[in-house]
Design a protein around this ligand. Structure first.
Ligand code: PLP
Length: 354
């Protein structure tokens, strides 16, 4: 399908300094429509601006929506590249299936991302550790209040320049174990990247933030016993020399691209990586015995986020003297090295744009 391009006649001022996440959007956006019987149509890049929706649009009432998050990186020689974007595209197809949304053809999707990034290439910042965040989404647009899958959709992509996630160096975070509220349940939408999961997570996250924690550590929604994720990141532990991370089998853990990349690297570095259930009792036991060597969250925004302190049942447990551990640091250096083209990419993870 041809993507038509209409360029803005009023380019906007680009933000400078350390740009906050998700607050300044690039000049253009991608849009495409879906109509049942016709399929996806009218692929276009147009100036960034408001969408027109009926107040009865299904997404506003029943949250039939999915999204993705990835980045474009500027290399030292000025080229722009994506990191494992085909993984994001494949994941969105799985999210779409769960939400009864028609899949966006993978080739067209990648083409749309590349073309949009190229049109707004001047918005890809060049300071160290900065990038262009890319947010694809699909929303249900039928103007109907009956509860059923929509027959019309919009697939859109917006982008925004983002500053360094760690302007003051990598700081470990304090997290609270959430043993009352849950993010996702077995059989639910946990594995899908959909807005509804985020809406469901806000209440617990806000309470934790008020108490001075930056994230909650989610337990499973059935027994509230097994660790699932930390905030909106996957979570990984180094226990007695081995790497342990919650398995994806429950269907309530989001299959992160960063998680997958960490697992690959760790295996190649010779670590045993166990994807399995890990109970909160096992974790606290490992903290107390000193077997827990490192803990970190993994996700596109931060790459890795070391966990320096865990709060559970009225007790604070400090990990690794509240410092980033060597494995966490090595993962950060290697993944960001590949993303910004500073080191070789033996995995074929990088996708050049321009
Ligand atoms: C997006 C997301 C992640 C991280 O996935 P990446 O592909 O590594 O960015 C983890 N957990 C949740 C709930 C997410 O939405």
């Amino acid at each position: 399908m041809e993507i038509t391009i209409t360029k803005t006649t009023t380019p906007r001022q680009k933000p400078s300094g350390n740009i906050p996440f998700g607050a300044f959007f690039s000049d253009h956006m991608f849009l495409m429509n879906y109509t049942k019987g016709q399929g996806w149509h009218d692929a276009r890049i147009v100036p960034y601006g408001p969408l027109t929706l009926e107040p009865s649009a299904m997404v506003l009432h029943y949250a039939q929506e999915v999204f993705e998050g990835m980045k474009a990186y500027r290399t030292a020689d000025g080229h722009i590249q994506l990191f494992r974007a085909t993984e994001n595209i494949a994941r969105m197809a799985r999210s779409c299936e769960k939400l009864c949304i028609p899949e966006v053809p993978a080739d067209l999707y990648l083409d749309a991302v590349k073309k949009l990034v190229e049109v707004d290439k001047d918005w890809v910042p060049s300071q160290p550790d900065t990038s262009l965040y890319i947010r694809p989404y699909v929303i249900a647009t039928d103007p109907k209040l009956g509860v059923h899958a929509s027959s019309t959709y919009i697939f859109g992509i917006i982008t925004c320049p983002v500053g360094s996630y760690y302007p003051e160096g990598i700081n470990p975070v304090r997290i609270a174990i959430e043993s009352r509220e849950v993010r996702a349940v077995r059989g639910g939408t946990g594995f899908a990247k959909c807005g509804g999961n985020y809406a469901a997570s806000l209440h617990a996250s806000e309470l934790a933030e008020q108490k001075g924690f930056s994230q909650v550590l989610w337990l499973d929604g059935v027994e509230q016993k097994y660790i699932e994720e930390v905030g909106s990141m996957n979570v990984m532990f180094k226990i007695a020399g081995k790497i342990v991370t919650p398995s994806l089998d429950s269907g309530s853990v989001l299959p992160g691209v960063t998680r997958k990349s960490c697992i690959q690297l760790l295996k190649d570095w010779g670590y045993e990586v166990q994807e399995r259930n890990i109970s909160i009792d096992e974790l606290i036991g490992a903290v107390k015995s000193g077997a827990l060597e490192e803990a970190w969250g993994a996700g596109t925004a931060a790459v890795v986020s070391p966990i320096g302190e865990i709060f559970y049942q009225g007790q604070d447990y400090t990990l690794n003297d509240f410092k980033i551990g060597p494995v966490t640091q090595k993962l950060y250096d290697t993944i960001t090295g590949i993303q910004w083209g500073k080191i070789d990419d033996p995995y074929g993870w990088v996708i050049p744009v321009c």
